[in-house]
Ligand binder design. Structure first.
Ligand SMILES: *Cc1c(COP(=O)(O)O)cnc(C)c1O
Length: 484
């Protein structure tokens, strides 16, 4: 029991004591895992070579425990989703109450349910003013599939069925279904299964480090948005249905666009009548210190896809917020929209979302990210650039990324990078994972997106861990002869 509450700070607020931790036979679990469980995005030969998967058994606040009783700081909020932290009994209680009252009913045949109605109304209140309607899904991928079908249906109803192309960006992540992976711009995903599907094209990502040499950030933002206009003109303005983008690209490596980018994207979409879609699956529900990331970026989208943070991952739920400009066309003139999921508006998931949003509001977590913890994380990551391996670091709200470099330069555009084939990011990730902090590696970029409940003291604790693990990585790379 003592081990459970070694956590400093307030992250355990709202949780109650549980029974003493069960003892697990890690190797037996790993053998069963290896024998039967096909993991997502996993090279199983590599997983076997490293001796099997780590078995996570418990979470509380910002911490996880594995089956050997080792504690780690979850720098990634699970997968960018556990915004209110682990161990929130009130969410479990809300789900339990709903499951014992009405575990499921569909919203198809002129029926609805209480949590779905209440959540739809609450989301309309929280979202930017153009939104009053929501379509529910079970995941972010399904939300983006819905976006694709909905914008095409909208243009059909508008009498412009030839407007069917959706513009996205290289290195975007929009999910893993056929449409989600096609909308995304991940080369590795497109290389398998014959993707992208037709009607989706990609432009460059607004990465100043990759494409901005010789320009100011502000100039680069305008230039990168201009790629959208070039693509629209190339395809023919009457062909383009929508543009989709994440306010800050998450899985692509925390790519934070210059402040000039999104307003210029909005101007171009307006000019050509192209619908603007903000994929807020990561950036929504407080991650960037606003309820929705587009509010920080100065964009006015017509559709918002969301998932992850809406329930803090306690149970799957996603959806699409639909601006009145689109919703009224579908409602007034669209007839039947032949699309939906068995679990659209699932009552247990919606009950979890309602309680999750109550916590975000009552604990003022969104404001805290904007005013307190976001700036504190920014200062902490700026300090990390004094480390010999860290070339550059940036943050936005509670997401952050740093670049591992062989030799530092005077800006993001010089210095010496590592040969990508060395997979230095994975070496670093291994040291982090083995030493109590979860960071994700995207190439040589190390990223975090911690739970929004992380306190300043816990940010210090995380940064201390990160610095320690960067030292281990440095020593390791030196021993391999990869750095001087
Ligand atoms: C995770 C993610 C998705 C996909 O969500 P799933 O729930 O995994 O289907 C879509 N868009 C973005 C930006 C994401 O980060």
């Amino acid at each position: 029991m003592a081990a459970m509450h070694e956590a400093p700070g307030a992250a355990t607020a709202g949780t109650t004591a549980r029974a003493a931790p069960e003892a697990y036979d890690t190797q037996a679990l790993q053998r069963l895992d290896s024998a039967h469980y096909l993991h997502p995005f996993t090279d199983h030969a590599q997983l076997r070579a490293r001796g099997g998967a780590r078995v996570m058994v418990r979470g509380d606040g910002i911490y996880l425990w594995d089956s050997d009783g080792k504690r780690v700081i979850d720098g990634m909020s699970g997968l960018w989703c556990v915004n209110v932290g682990y161990g929130r009994d009130s969410i479990a209680d809300a789900m339990h109450r709903q499951a014992t009252t009405l575990p499921f009913y569909n919203s198809f045949f002129n029926t609805t349910n209480v949590p779905a109605v209440r959540l739809a109304a609450l989301l309309a209140e929280l979202a930017p003013p153009q939104f009053r309607h929501v379509f529910f899904t079970t995941s972010g991928s399904e939300a983006n599939d819905t976006v694709m079908r909905m914008v095409r249906r909208y243009w059909d109803v508008m009498g412009q069925p030839q407007r069917d192309v959706i513009v996205s960006r290289h290195n975007a992540y929009h999910g893993s279904t056929m449409a989600g992976a096609s909308l995304g711009g991940m080369a590795g995903m497109h290389a398998q299964g014959g993707l992208p599907i037709p009607g989706i094209v990609h432009i460059g990502q607004p990465s100043y480090a990759e494409h901005g040499q010789g320009m100011s950030e502000a100039e680069f933002g305008i230039k990168a948005a201009g790629w959208l206009e070039e693509k629209i003109l190339e395809l023919g303005p009457g062909k383009v249905a929508a543009f989709i983008g994440e306010p800050v690209q998450g899985a692509g490596g925390v790519i934070i666009p210059p402040p000039t980018y999104w307003p210029e994207i909005g101007r171009i979409c307006d000019k050509y009548g192209v619908l603007l879609v903000s994929d807020e699956v990561i950036c929504g529900f407080g991650r960037l210190g606003r309820w929705f990331g587009c509010e920080l970026m100065g964009a006015t989208p017509d559709l918002i896809s969301f998932a992850k943070g809406v329930t803090s991952g306690y149970v799957p739920l996603g959806g699409v917020l639909v601006a009145e400009r689109v919703a009224q066309v579908l409602i007034e003139k669209g007839g039947d929209f032949n699309h939906g999921f068995t679990y659209s508006g699932h009552p247990v998931a919606c009950a979890a979302a309602l309680e999750n949003i109550r916590i975000l509001r009552d604990e003022r977590l969104v404001e805290r990210v904007a005013q307190e913890t976001g700036p504190y994380l920014k200062a902490g990551f700026a300090d990390l650039t004094s480390h010999p391996l860290v070339g550059h670091a940036e943050t936005c709200g509670m997401v952050a990324g740093l670049d591992l470099v062989r030799r530092k330069g005077s800006s993001v555009h010089d210095g010496e990078r590592f040969d990508p084939s060395l997979a230095v990011g994975m070496v670093c990730r291994g040291h982090m994972f083995d030493n109590g902090v979860i960071m994700r590696a995207v190439g040589e970029r190390m990223i975090v997106a911690p739970p929004l409940v992380m306190t300043r003291a816990q940010i210090d604790e995380m940064l201390e861990r990160i610095r320690f693990c960067l030292d281990l990585t440095h020593a390791d790379l030196r021993a391999r002869g990869w750095v001087d």
